[in-house]
Every structure is written in structure tokens, then in C-alpha cells.
Ligand binder design. Structure first.
Ligand code: DX5
Ligand code: ZN
Length: 213
């Protein structure tokens, strides 16, 4: 099943509440929430207080916290308490993904592992059984509005060939044009920043992804 999860990074910053409200009216029930620390990636974005404020206003909306940061273990509880329904951490900064996954599961959230373009799928293989979501970065993390790296699509098919049955999320440069390719490779969550929030008609984008089932 294909699901559109818009990335808040591309929303109109001066109207975030209205943007989220409109998104829910378009039938969307998951929001991708990018957290950047200016160390793991060369940018800063949203923090836990903002996550909490969205959760308070939109309790039915599922928030996927994509932690693009060093030391994510120090912030797990903060984001879970702020209402995140899934926590996606980068494999590159984890010594022991087991501990991380266990802690997230203890709090009843989905546990996700993400890899940057230079990190191979084999870095995840040992943990696939316990991972609910694998997020494949199809751009270098840090900024929205980049072009999807087609070379990364192969990672999706490889994960499916390895027998992974959980959610595969694709993040970076996803558009209505490349969505069918991603779906055919085996992706489930299409994270769309620019091509959803900056589309002329986001409702139409949501409808078109909905029709791809
Ligand atoms: C990039 C972020 C993405 C970003 C995607 O580091 O993880 O979630 O918002 O934005 P677009 O869809 O514009 O590439
Ligand atoms: Zn992201």
C-alpha cells in the first residue's frame, strides 16, 4: 500500500498550522517531521516543542520524527513524549541499533532505520526483523528541493529481495512522476516535501497518490 507522507520542511513556515490543517482535510494522516542538528547534516530545522504543539492540535495525525542528528538516543524520550508515533534514526550514527529499536518499541512507537545514499543496504540486514520502517534517503540529507538520485531506487528492490516485509519509506526528491517507479520497486511511504506543499494543487497530489493503490 502506497501512502503519501508530506514533509513539513517545505510547508509555508509562517502558516504551519493552516498548512497542517489543510493537509488533514486532503485525507492525509501521517506527517514527516524532519529534525536536523547542524552536525549530522548542515542545516537546522524543527525541535520537540513544535512536534508537541502539532500533536496537541492534531492528535489523530501520526508524526514520523526523522532524526537527522548525532546522539539520537539522547532525544528519543523527548520526541516520543512530544507525540511522535514513529522515530526514524540514521544507521550511520548508531553503534547498536538493537538498543535503539528496543527503547522505541517499549514506548509503543514504530522504530525506523534510515540510510544515506553512501550507506549500503547491507548495513541494515542484521536488524530488518525488528525494524518497522526502513527509510531510504534518495538525496543527501539536509535540504528539501533536491533531485531524486535514481541510483538509490535499487536499494528498495534489494530490501524486498532480502525478504523485508516492513514499511519502506523514500525521502528526497519524490514527485508524482517518479512515484510509480518507487512503488514498483516496493516502496510504501512516499515522503514529499516540495512536490506536495509547493504544488499548485496539493489536494490533487494527494488524490493522485491515493489512486496509485
Ligand atoms: C531532507 C529531508 C526530507 C525533505 C524532502 O533531508 O529528510 O524529508 O524534506 O524534501 P523534498 O521532497 O523537497 O526533497
Ligand atoms: Zn526526512
Amino acid at each position: 500500500m502506497i501512502k503519501l507522507t508530506p514533509s513539513l520542511l517545505a510547508a509555508d513556515l509562517l502558516n504551519l498550522g493552516r498548512e497542517v490543517e489543510q493537509m488533514t482535510k486532503n485525507g492525509i494522516d501521517r506527517l514527516h517531521f524532519d529534525v536536523m542538528d547542524a552536525h549530522f547534516v548542515p542545516n537546522l530545522s524543527f525541535g520537540p516543542a513544535f512536534c508537541k504543539a502539532i500533536h496537541k492540535q492534531f492528535p489523530a495525525l501520526k508524526l514520523d520524527a526523522h532524526l537527522m542528528m548525532d546522539n539520537p538516543e539522547q532525544y528519543l524520550d523527548t520526541f516520543l513524549d512530544a507525540g511522535a508515533s514513529s522515530i526514524i534514526v540514521h544507521r550511520e550514527v548508531l553503534h547498536d541499533p538493537d538498543i535503539m529499536v528496543r527503547k522505541i518499541h517499549e514506548k509503543g512507537a514504530l522504530a525506523g532505520l534510515s540510510i544515506k545514499p553512501a550507506t549500503p543496504v547491507k548495513a541494515l540486514l542484521h536488524w530488518l526483523d525488528e525494524t518497522d520502517v526502513v527509510l531510504i534517503m534518495t538525496v543527501e540529507p539536509g535540504f528539501g528541493g533536491q533531485k531524486l538520485m535514481r541510483s538509490q531506487i535499487e536499494k528498495i528492490s534489494l530490501l524486498r529481495r532480502e525478504g523485508y516485509q516492513g514499511v519502506i519509506a523514500v525521502d528526497g526528491g519524490v514527485t508524482l512522476e517518479n512515484a510509480p517507479l518507487l512503488k514498483d520497486a516496493g516502496a510504501n511511504w512516499l515522503i514529499m516535501g516540495t512536490s506536495y506543499f509547493r504544488a499548485e494543487d496539493p489536494a490533487l497530489v494527494a488524490r493522485k497518490i491515493g489512486e496509485m493503490q
